[in-house]
Unconditional design. Structure first.
Length: 173
């Protein structure tokens, strides 16, 4: 930095003159993860999914570089704000979310700064995305829960995270 913080004597009218500590997250050396969450499929009241848990699990694997949640037009303003407050980018689409998820997934696959594509969905429609990501050398993580968690997605992905299971149950790689 060209200026040191302790040399700053004032910042202008009406603003505070004291400069506090700046918190910076440490960069992890692990995988660079791009995460896309299928909102209508995963964020349902009956599942009780906490997005912080998804982020914590993925942060154990690597560094989440891109985190997007795709919602449809029926999402409440409160849900949108809660997602944004957790640091996720919210994308609201008119109609079905599958097309937007496919487009953003392909952006992640072609992004050289991402080496792991993580999809939170239970929908087997995204099997071609998993296969294409692997074809381009990306590792894949699928996050979902029963009922309705596609067996095809689970078998195709490199890593499977089943939400809602006890920690005693083993996760397959």
């Amino acid at each position: 930095m060209p200026l040191e913080w302790k040399k700053i004597t004032g910042v202008g009218r009406g603003l505070t003159k004291s400069v506090g500590k700046i918190a910076k997250r440490k960069k992890k050396v692990g995988k660079k993860i791009g995460l896309i969450i299928d909102g209508p499929n995963i964020l349902r009241k009956e599942f009780g999914v906490n997005m912080e848990h998804i982020a914590d699990i993925l942060n154990d694997i690597g560094d989440i570089r891109i985190a997007k949640v795709i919602l449809n037009q029926y999402a409440s303003q409160g849900l949108i704000e809660a997602i944004a407050n957790q640091g996720f980018e919210v994308i609201v689409v008119a109609g079905d979310t599958d097309v937007m998820m496919g487009m953003i997934s392909m952006e992640l696959i072609y992004n050289e700064n991402i080496d792991t594509v993580a999809l939170a969905t239970r929908d087997a429609d995204f099997l071609p995305i998993i296969n294409k990501a692997k074809e381009y050398g990306k590792e894949t993580i699928i996050i979902g829960m029963d009922p309705g968690f596609s067996a095809a997605l689970q078998n195709a992905a490199d890593y499977v995270v089943k939400m809602g299971e006890s920690k005693d149950e083993e996760l397959e790689e």
